[in-house]
Ligand binder design. Structure first.
Ligand code: 6PG
Length: 241
């Protein structure tokens, strides 16, 4: 059975990225107005690159209250920040280096130290930010061709976690060692946006949208069911026809 989602389809990847940027800016303003700060979990991979670039552009940069914004990551590969595979490094290069976000507002996995006990270190940092029962305002997710999201991979033990907010995870080469947020924290987010761009995501997008059933689908993305309402999927025309 399809998971309830809110789907918005755009012709091009740029238009989907624009929509994501506008929604992130709106969520930031709303969160700061309501609670004095905006807590945003960024994803990695290729898909969010256009969105991060867009948010760094002059006309968009000023729409986010950066001084009251806190960023963390949905997952990280265990590589140093200057490695091409670093999710933190990618966001820094495309977005964070270009906006007035205070350095103290960046809560990152130290990819140069993980796995070791970095899951615990990162989880403690998130607890300090959110409190014991706190909530992320906006989690931006991608989805892999195998249906994984964050670093929650099909069949992974991390999927069953009910208490911990952060766990070490195993992924495919070239980044087998990772750290990921877990479903309890992701699903407690006030808003979840899933960005899906490109034809290789089509089977997954069309399945979750209820357009065509993929028999036996057991994708981690299907377990993303935020407590406050359905995840918002922003997709391009290649991912949903
Ligand atoms: C990661 C990501 C991951 C990503 C998907 C999609 O670090 O690998 O956070 O969950 O969102 O793998 O990746 P693409 O956007 O590159 O397709």
């Amino acid at each position: 059975m399809a998971t309830p989602i809110e789907l918005h389809r755009f012709e091009t990847p740029d238009e989907a990225a624009e929509a994501a940027a506008v929604r992130i800016a709106a969520a930031a303003t709303d969160a700061v107005t309501a609670r004095g700060r905006f807590i945003w979990a960024l994803s990695g991979g290729n898909t969010p690159r256009l969105t991060y670039k867009r948010l760094a552009e002059n006309d968009m940069r000023g729409r986010i209250p950066w001084r009251d914004t806190f960023v963390l990551w949905t997952d990280e590969r265990c590589v140093p920040p200057d490695d091409a595979g670093s999710n933190y490094g990618m966001a820094r290069e495309l977005l964070l280096d270009h906006v007035p976000l205070p350095a103290d507002n960046i809560i990152r996995v130290r990819g140069e130290r993980c796995p070791l006990a970095e899951d615990e270190h990162y989880e403690q940092a998130i607890h300090r930010l959110l409190g014991e029962t706190g909530r992320i305002d906006l989690t931006l997710l991608g989805v892999g061709n195998d249906g994984h999201t964050a670093s929650l991979f099909p069949g992974g033990a991390t999927l069953a976690e009910r208490h911990r907010w952060v766990l070490p995870a195993t992924g495919p080469d070239p980044y087998p060692h990772r750290i990921t947020l877990t479903l309890p924290l992701i699903n407690a987010s006030r808003t979840v946006i899933v960005l899906a761009i490109g034809a290789e995501k089509r089977a997954i997008v069309e399945h979750v949208a209820g357009k065509r059933e993929v028999p036996g689908a057991a994708w981690p993305i299907l377990a993303v069911r935020p407590v406050d309402g359905p995840p918002v999927w922003l997709v391009d025309s290649a991912a949903f026809q």
